[in-house]
Design a binder for this molecule. Structure first.
Ligand SMILES: Cc1cc2nc3c(=O)[nH]c(=O)nc-3n(C[C@H](O)[C@H](O)[C@H](O)COP(=O)(O)OP(=O)(O)OC[C@H]3O[C@@H](n4cnc5c(N)ncnc54)[C@H](O)[C@@H]3O)c2cc1C
Length: 389
């Protein structure tokens, strides 16, 4: 079942190291932070100190300069070990917008500190309560006044905002009715959250079905220096889109890790639990859903690996990133279903960790992009059917 041929896996060493680190944070740790909806501070600290969260930052800025597939391996192993990278995964990839589109001054100022963990850039302010998936309809406005922008509006589902020093914010700088294309007129800003908190920025936590430290944030005449505009004014939507394939490939790798965790747990238990004089795993009714979930996971994983390799070769990988993310999330869910069913009543007991992982795995059919929107992408951009929205 340990299907990745270790000799052929360029990240076998990283995987082994991450697994060792995760062993210091067993089920009891995750159960406790989940129960109290706490931030997993010591886990995030350990990952930071080991340099994993700076994996994608080039060495010249103090990071490890690793390829995307290495970051995917790190996140997959965290989830395969029973943990949850949702508390910090964005520290790995949000910085990509600064790396690709930021000024030399912004890169010098922020990237080394993000690489060391001195600064956390893991809040991503895109989604709003009214516009949702219809991103270009967002209502948060940044108005230029001298050397500053004045920001007013609201975001929702801004995860990790209370545990972040910086936020990457998408706001409208030119009204939608004054731009040629609705994707124009949106701009991206680096917000110093510590300075803004209480000075125009308010954060309100949202308690959700899993421990995700998500929030809603409100901007009331929040001042952002013009020097914190990333790239050109009005081109922010493209900058955000540029980072989406990487994000989807990384989130898909977490779902693959979840699926592997569920499958291993289900297989082990199905061999141990003896009823009617034989292990329950001997019954096809128990065996087949696990085998099916495994097959689905392997298919999703193959697509994910293809997407990662295309990404690293600079080829377009929107098809693989979107479909890989959808299929990986589906495979994790199928594996979660098989796992909980295999465990019967024990699947519902907190101490088995299954119900926690089950709640956590469900998110990825909605965020960072919902299944319907992936299917719309495939229909329109891959198959050439008419745009549905
Ligand atoms: C725990 C959590 C953490 C998150 N973290 C962040 C974050 O850090 N930063 C951030 O910016 N966002 C974040 N999000 C937001 C997430 O990306 C959105 O929830 C997701 O993109 C769906 O948008 P929505 O919730 O507004 O749903 P809506 O856009 O309101 O959609 C509702 C439903 O309608 C469907 N739908 C909408 N339009 C169409 C259409 N045209 N065709 C078919 N179906 C359609 C959708 O698929 C969905 O199922 C997070 C969300 C959650 C729940």
């Amino acid at each position: 079942m340990d299907h990745v041929a270790q000799a052929a896996d360029p990240h076998a060493e990283i995987r082994a190291e991450v697994t060792k680190l995760c062993a210091r944070f067993p089920g009891e740790y995750w159960r406790q932070v989940d129960r109290d909806r706490q931030y997993p501070t010591s886990f995030v600290q350990a990952l930071t100190e080991a340099g994993y969260l700076g994996a994608l930052i080039p060495e010249e800025f103090g990071g490890a300069g690793l390829p995307l597939s290495a970051a995917a391996a790190i996140l997959e192993e965290i989830h395969r070990s029973g943990g949850n990278a949702g508390a910090c995964h964005a520290q790995m990839y949000i910085m990509g917008t600064i790396l690709r589109h930021g000024s030399a001054e912004q890169k010098k100022r922020y990237l080394p500190k993000i690489a060391s963990g001195e600064l956390r850039l893991q809040a991503f302010g895109v989604t709003e309560p009214t516009s949702g998936t219809d991103t270009t309809a967002l209502r948060t406005v940044a108005r230029r006044e001298g050397d500053n922008y004045i920001v007013n509006g609201q975001k929702i589902w801004t995860s990790r905002a209370e545990h972040s020093d910086l936020m990457l914010l998408l706001a409208r700088t030119t009204p939608r009715d004054q731009v040629a294309k609705k994707t124009d007129g949106l701009s991206t800003f680096i917000v110093d959250m510590k300075a803004a908190l209480g000075n125009g920025l308010t954060i309100r936590p949202i308690r959700t079905m899993m421990n995700h430290n998500t929030t809603e944030v409100f901007f009331d005449n929040m001042v952002v220096p013009a020097a914190n505009l990333v790239g050109q004014e009005g081109r922010g939507f493209r900058y955000i889109l540029d980072g989406m394939n990487a994000e989807r490939l990384l989130i898909a790798s977490e779902s693959i890790g979840d699926a592997k965790w569920f499958i291993k747990k289900a297989v082990d238990y199905s061999k141990e639990r003896v009823l009617f004089g034989r292990p329950i795993g001997q019954n096809q009714g128990v065996q087949f859903p696990i085998a099916r979930a495994y097959a689905e996971m392997r298919a999703a994983e193959a697509l994910l690996l293809l997407g990662l390799s295309k990404f690293e070769n600079g080829e377009s990988c929107g098809e693989e990133a979107n479909m890989g993310k959808m299929l990986a999330a589906d495979a994790a869910w199928a594996a979660g279903e098989a796992c909980i069913q295999t465990h019967g009543g024990f699947g519902f007991a907190e101490e088995y960790d299954i119900e926690r992982k089950y709640r956590e795995a469900r998110l990825y059919q909605v965020a960072p992009i919902s299944t319907n929107l992936v299917l719309s992408y495939v229909g329109e951009h891959v198959l050439g059917m008419p745009r549905s929205y």
